[in-house]
Design a protein around this ligand. Structure first.
Ligand code: ADP
Length: 437
């Protein structure tokens, strides 16, 4: 050992202390050696100075040796402890080791070699023990820290669950409120529309031009308001999964043509041509005709709203086996790829400002998205700013009535290129209740 070791020899007899001292010197140990002859002084000496090793005569301990070592080990004093015992004390020595002594040595075996060895190994063992104790302590601390963190996480999780619950409750309340209000408003609105229509009939008396004009405005605004109310009602029903599809077999091209003819006058006002192309071998489908018409009317009214000049076209064709495609294209303002996904969210519009040019609730595409999802279909959007947009709705020829709104959005939206081509992803749907078409 290179460094100078501080060693304490505790022994009543001068000759025994000398035997230890000379053995260590002969072993070549560089040391500062202190000696204590009175056992009562051991604690105070060890408290005052830090030693590298203590050689302790077992006989010196006035009190019970085991208790002494246990007290020493449970105190702040940390030092390797070698107990010197007499012959026949081996059993006691084992107990001393259990109590915390680092090693023991029979007094009769004291020699430079053995003492040097015992000293080295005692210091090594003690250091290793200290490292283990330190590692254990760190382990205990990190374990406690983990427990605390776990508890904190559990508390946070409970808090989040609580907040989630509150949000769900608030959302449910909002949906109920929307449903109730829109439902309640529809009754007087229908009365306004109905009575305006009656007033416009000639048999109720001749109206002046100005009166007829005002009643027509009441009628048109009433219809518009009713449409908005219906949108809100549909949306709240879809949100709470209370909207059912009423499927039947019908001629898809007839429904599409009907929707287009109803939108013709609106397109005409803006001088936009509205074309339809039907390419169906078999026009019969099993779906909800009212909802299919609603999807098309919504897409068409958007196309007309966002197109200033040019044309709008509708195409229906068969795609893969048992799937039909409804396409609505326009030469309107177009949509930036970054907005492809957003516009399908409820109340989202590209222009969210109050002073926006184009009116609307921002619910149309969200409703379409949910309906198409319920039908087991997919939506594809291709668009370029300033050039136009194309919404493609791919539907199964026969919808499955058990299909409820799935969590994954129906829209497969591409946001990179000019008129980016739609990705074809298979959509599997179980065929619970089909009609033969
Ligand atoms: P609304 O039409 O009531 O605003 P929608 O959900 O139908 O709500 O549409 C959301 C938004 O998507 C619109 O506000 C508009 O910004 C954009 N959008 C929809 N269709 C078109 C289209 N054909 N051309 C350009 N933008 C469109």
């Amino acid at each position: 050992m290179e460094q100078t070791l501080k060693i304490l020899v505790v022994d009543a007899k001068e000759e025994d202390r000398m035997a230890v001292r000379s053995a260590l010197t002969k072993a070549g140990v560089q040391m500062e050696l202190s000696e204590v002859s009175d056992g009562n002084d051991v604690f105070s000496v060890l408290s005052a100075t830090v030693y590298d090793c203590v050689f302790l005569d077992y006989r010196l301990l006035n009190q019970d040796g085991l208790t002494f070592i246990q007290q020493l080990r449970s105190s702040e004093i940390k030092v390797p402890l070698v107990v010197l015992t007499g012959e026949g004390d081996e059993e006691i020595a084992v107990q001393l080791l259990k109590a915390g002594a680092t090693d023991y040595l029979l007094r009769c075996r004291i020699s430079p070699e053995t003492l040097g060895q015992v000293l080295r190994s005692a210091i090594r063992v003690y250091r290793a023990e200290m490292q283990v104790a330190l590692a254990n302590q760190q382990l205990r601390e990190s374990h406690e820290q983990l427990i605390r963190k776990n508890q904190e996480l559990e508390r946070q999780q409970q808090h989040i669950q609580m907040q989630n619950f509150n949000i769900l409750e608030a959302s449910q309340l909002k949906s109920d409120f929307l449903a109730t209000i829109s439902h309640e408003l529809r009754t007087p609105m229908n009365a306004i529309i109905g009575f305006s229509q009656i007033l416009l009939r000639p048999k109720f008396g001749q109206l002046t031009h100005q009166q007829a004009d005002m009643i027509e405005r009441i009628l048109n605004n009433g219809k518009h308001l009713l449409m908005l109310l219906n949108e809100v009602l549909d949306f709240s029903k879809l949100e709470t999964r209370r909207l059912d599809l009423k499927a039947e077999i019908f001629d898809l091209s007839k429904v599409i043509n009907l929707a287009v003819s109803e939108m013709h006058s609106l397109a005409g006002v803006k001088n936009i041509s509205l074309l339809v192309q039907t390419d169906l071998q078999n026009p019969l489908v099993f779906n909800d005709p009212v909802r299919v018409k609603q999807i098309l009317m919504n897409l068409l009214s958007n196309a007309i709203k966002f197109t200033e000049s040019g044309e709008i076209w509708v195409e229906i064709k068969e795609v893969a086996e048992n799937r039909v495609l409804i396409l609505v294209g326009d030469t309107g303002i177009g949509i930036a790829p970054k907005n492809f996904k957003r516009i399908f969210e409820a109340f989202r519009q590209v222009d969210q400002t109050i002073t926006r040019k184009y009116p609307g609730t921002g619910l149309g595409l969200a409703i379409i998205d949910s309906l198409v999802r319920m039908m087991g279909g997919k939506i594809f959007l291709e668009s370029k700013l300033g050039i136009g947009s194309m919404f493609k709705i791919e539907l199964p020829r026969q919808i499955t009535l058990s299909t409820v709104a799935a969590d994954a959005p129906a829209s497969q939206l591409d946001g990179d290129e000019v008129f980016c081509s739609a990705k074809n992803q298979h959509h599997s749907s179980s065929q619970a209740s089909k009609a033969s078409i």
